[in-house]
Design a protein around this ligand. Structure first.
Ligand SMILES: *Cc1c(COP(=O)(O)O)cnc(C)c1O
Length: 431
C-alpha cells in the first residue's frame, strides 16, 4: 500500500516512510491510495474471530510489506491487550468502552500500535529514534505509555509545570527507563514552541532521528478502525447502527468512516462536538471557518481547526453530497453536557465522562429527526480521569481503577527546565 499527501505534491510513501515522517514533506496528510474491500463473507465470520485476528485482517492491507506477518500479529495482540466491551444501556443505545487501556482513554490503542511499529523500524536504522512531544495532558501520557520500554526508541515529553491534572502528571512522570519527562516552567505554548524549534534545528538530525508521533501519523490514525470492527462484532441487532463519535481532531471518526468505506455495516456517523464546532457549522452552511479554540469541560475535544477533517473530505473525493450522506454533526454546550451526564446516571445508572456525555447528547439530538435510531456511542475516556468534575456535576464519587491505584504508589520524577530552547537543546545532546 502506498500513501499520497492530501496536498498532492509530495512523493508517495509506503507505510514505513509515512509512519516515520508523520506529516508529508508538503505539509499534507498521508492518505491511502486505495481503500481495501472486505470480503463479502467477512460479516459472517466476525463473531467467531478473536480481537487480534480482526485487527490483523483490518490493518494488514495498510501496512503491506512494511511489517512482516509474524511481527504484525504480535503488534496487534499487544495493542489490544485489554477489554473493549460494548455495553448496552437500553435496547436502542449502546456505549463502546474504549477506555480500559493503561491511560484510560481510546488514545492508548493508536499510541500502542504506533510505538510498536516505530520500534520495529528502529531495529533497521542506524540512528536512534527520539520521540519529542509537547503535551497539555492526555496525548502525552498515552504516547509515553505506548513507547515505554520499546527498544531503539527514546521519548522526551514536555509538559507545562502546574498546568496538568495530578493523575496526568503522575502518568507522565512515573515511567522511567526510556521515557523522560521535562517539566517546563511555562505554559503549553512554550512547550510547543520549544519542540518546534528542536525540529527546525538541523544539528540534531546528524545524530538522531527526531519524530513527533503526533495524532495525524498513519500509525496512530489507522489502528483506530479496530474500534468499529470490534463494536460491530458485539452488535446483536439486525439493523445497522448509527455510530456517534465524540470528536476534536476528527482522527477517530475518520478512521471509522474509512472502515465503512471498506464495507463495515455502519448506517451513518454522527460527529459529537462541544462548542468547538467548525465541522457542525460546515455541514449546516457549507463554509469552513476555523475559530480560536474555546475552553470546555470536554477539553480533549477543544480543537478549533481539526487536522483530520481534510482526510474525511478526501475519503468522499471532496463531494459534499457524499459527505452529508455519511456524516451529521451536533454541537453540545457545557450545560447540555452536564445534563446528559446526570440524565444517563439517573436513567441507566451509567456514569459517563464529559466526552462520552457529549456523544450521548448528540445521539438524542439526532433522534429528534430520526426517531427510533439504534446507536452506538464511542466512550472515549474513563470517568475517573475527570473524577473531580464528575463529582461536582453528579455528586457521586468515581471508584478508582487499578491503573490509578498503581499510579498513586509511584514517585514523580521530572527534570525541571526553563521555557527556552537552549535548555532543551542541551538536554537533547545526551542522545
Ligand atoms: C482525543 C480525544 C477525543 C477526540 O478525538 P479525535 O480523534 O481528536 O477526534 C475525544 N475524547 C477524548 C477523551 C480524547 O482524549
Amino acid at each position: 500500500m502506498n500513501y499520497y499527501s492530501t496536498n498532492k505534491t509530495a512523493p508517495r510513501a509506503d507505510f514505513r516512510e509515512a509512519a516515520l515522517l508523520g506529516q508529508a514533506p508538503d505539509k499534507g496528510l498521508y492518505f491511502p491510495e486505495k481503500i481495501p474491500q472486505l470480503q463479502p463473507e467477512f460479516a459472517k465470520q466476525l463473531p467467531h474471530l478473536s480481537k487480534a485476528e480482526i485487527a490483523y485482517d483490518a490493518i494488514k492491507p495498510y501496512t503491506g510489506s512494511s511489517i512482516p506477518e509474524r511481527i504484525l500479529q504480535q503488534i496487534v495482540e499487544e495493542t489490544l491487550d485489554f477489554e473493549l466491551p460494548l455495553v448496552e444501556l437500553s435496547d436502542e443505545t449502546c456505549v463502546m468502552e474504549l477506555f480500559h487501556g493503561p491511560t484510560l482513554s481510546f488514545k492508548d490503542v493508536g499510541a500502542r500500535f504506533m510505538s510498536r511499529c516505530l520500534s520495529y523500524f528502529a531495529g533497521k536504522m542506524e540512528k536512534k529514534i527520539v520521540v519529542l512531544v509537547a503535551t497539555s495532558g492526555d496525548t502525552g501520557s498515552a504516547v509515553a505509555h505506548g513507547f515505554l520500554n520499546r527498544e531503539g526508541v527514546e521519548v522526551v515529553i514536555l509538559y507545562p509545570s502546574g498546568k496538568v491534572s495530578q493523575v496526568q502528571e503522575l502518568q507522565l512522570t512515573t515511567l522511567g527507563n526510556n521515557v523522560k519527562a521535562l517539566e517546563i516552567k511555562g505554559d503549553f505554548d512554550d512547550c510547543q514552541r520549544m519542540v518546534k524549534q528542536a525540529f527546525a534545528d538541523e544539528e540534531h538530525a546528524k545524530r538522531i532521528f527526531l519524530t513527533s508521533a503526533n495524532s495525524i501519523n498513519v500509525a496512530r490514525w489507522l489502528p483506530q478502525q479496530f474500534f468499529y470492527f470490534l463494536a460491530l462484532q458485539q452488535w446483536t441487532h439486525k439493523e445497522q447502527p448509527v455510530v456517534v463519535v465524540p470528536s476534536g481532531n476528527f482522527g477517530n471518526i475518520c478512521s471509522g468512516m474509512l472502515g465503512k468505506e471498506s464495507g463495515l455495516g455502519i448506517k451513518h456517523f454522527v460527529a459529537a462536538c462541544n462548542k468547538n464546532n467548525v465541522v457542525t457549522r460546515y455541514l449546516l452552511d457549507g463554509s469552513y471557518s476555523p475559530k480560536p479554540t474555546v475552553h470546555t469541560i470536554s477539553n480533549a475535544m477543544d480543537v478549533g481547526n481539526p487536522s483530520n477533517f481534510v482526510r474525511i473530505q478526501e475519503l468522499y473525493k471532496r463531494s459534499d453530497t457524499m459527505l452529508k450522506r455519511n456524516l451529521s454533526s451536533f454541537s453540545v454546550n457545557d450545560e447540555q453536557t452536564a445534563t446528559a451526564m446526570l440524565g444517563t446516571l439517573s436513567k441507566y445508572d451509567y456514569q459517563a465522562d464529559p466526552h462520552t456525555a457529549v456523544g450521548l447528547c448528540a445521539l438524542d439530538q439526532y433522534r429528534e429527526k430520526h426517531p427510533g435510531t439504534k446507536g452506538i456511542i464511542m466512550a472515549t475516556a474513563h470517568p475517573v480521569k475527570f473524577a473531580e468534575l464528575v463529582k461536582k456535576i453528579t455528586d457521586r464519587k468515581v471508584a478508582k481503577t487499578e491503573q490509578i491505584l498503581e499510579l498513586e504508589k509511584l514517585k514523580k520524577e521530572s527534570i525541571v527546565l526553563p521555557p527556552d530552547y537552549e535548555a532543551l537543546k542541551g538536554f537533547l545532546e545526551r542522545y
